[in-house]
Design a protein around this ligand. Structure first.
Ligand SMILES: [Zn+2]
Length: 339
């Protein structure tokens, strides 16, 4: 663009030079004719006078043409200079426009379209078909492959809490009860894939039952970024019925569990996972009073982030994965994420 402007400027200058030359010549001729004009009484002189008038009549037009060319050239020169600046301005504007577009997209993504998270609830990986909630490590791997092939990312609890997720295809894996098989699939499957699930632990069985993990194993998982949630102390049904039956035992489930876990992991425990998914308003109230900020159910469904009301964080839905419904659950998740 700048090159072509310079060429036009050059052509304009040439035209000005040419016209200036023509004007000089005419002026010279006119001057000589004027001198002749001084001499009268000659037919020739009359003819010359006619010529002079003709040439003089041409002058304003030529002057006009010169001025026009000059204007055009200087205009182009003027245009040429700001063009660079204008280009800069355009680039700046383009940048700002792109930035604004991104901001608008970002805001619409978080504010209107929302990000969605789907939480899956697993229990054990013993390859034992007698337990409806049990899967083989290969089956778990297959679920992860299906999700990955459908564009899902596996997120961590911290991603969830901080809304560090994009789009609708986010999966949070939670594993309840602290079964010993969890530690095996950690090494075999989850660690290589950098997947950090949320573990729901009830302290009564840890390091006490053969089928449960040890505190040492849990500490290793915690150190590797797995989040620990309280799952009660004895895995009681924490609803109004249980509260009415024994307020002390009800409170023990929530308070003691939190205390033990915080002591073992040396960090605040702010997430609760309802045993059997059961809860009542008194359960949520007690959780709030004890500094819990999030609680997971097994109601099924996705959760949109950021949540519209803090209360929703005490009933975060999860899909409970069983041998009979895992396929149906994954289909639901995929369908909902594509809506
Ligand atoms: Zn449980």
């Amino acid at each position: 663009m700048t090159d072509s402007l310079l060429k036009v400027k050059e052509l304009g200058q040439m035209k000005i030079d040419q016209l200036q030359k023509e004007l000089d010549e005419i002026a010279q001729e006119a001057e000589s004719l004027n001198k002749i004009d001084a001499i009268s009484n000659d037919k020739k002189i009359e003819e010359l006078r006619g010529e002079i008038l003709q040439i003089r009549s041409k002058l304003p037009k030529l002057k006009e043409e010169i001025l026009r060319q000059e204007k055009l050239t200087s205009g182009l020169v003027e245009m040429g200079k700001p063009t660079k600046e204008q280009l800069e301005k355009l680039r700046e504007r383009k940048k700002i426009f792109l930035l604004l577009t991104l901001v608008v997209l970002f805001i619409s993504n978080i504010g209107f379209c929302g990000q969605k998270v789907f939480v899956l609830c697993y229990h054990s990986f013993l390859s034992n078909k007698r337990f409806p909630t049990d899967f083989s490590p290969e089956e778990l791997r297959n679920h992860l492959v299906i999700l990955k092939n459908n564009g899902f990312s596996v997120i961590s609890v911290s991603d969830f809490i901080n809304s560090k997720v994009t789009g609708n295809k986010n999966i949070l894996i939670t594993i309840d009860d602290g079964n010993e098989s969890v530690f095996r699939i950690y090494n075999e499957i989850l660690k290589p894939l950098d997947i950090k699930p949320l573990l729901a632990i009830y302290p009564a069985i840890i390091s006490r039952k053969k089928y449960a993990m040890t505190w040492e194993q849990l500490k290793e998982l915690s150190a590797d970024g797995w989040e620990i949630a309280s799952h009660g102390y004895f895995h009681e049904k924490l609803n109004q019925k249980f509260y009415d039956k024994s307020k002390a035992r009800f409170l023990f489930e929530i308070e003691k569990s939190k205390k033990v876990l915080e002591n073992k992991f040396q960090k605040p425990i702010t997430i609760f996972v309802y045993p059997f998914g059961l809860r009542s308003p008194i359960t949520i109230e007690t959780l709030k009073n004890n500094g819990f900020k999030y609680a997971f159910t097994i109601d099924g469904g996705g959760i949109s982030l950021p949540v519209s009301s803090a209360d929703k964080l005490y009933e975060i839905p999860r899909y409970m994965m069983t041998q009979s419904n895992w396929k149906n659950n994954l289909e639901k998740v995929i369908k909902k994420a594509n809506q």
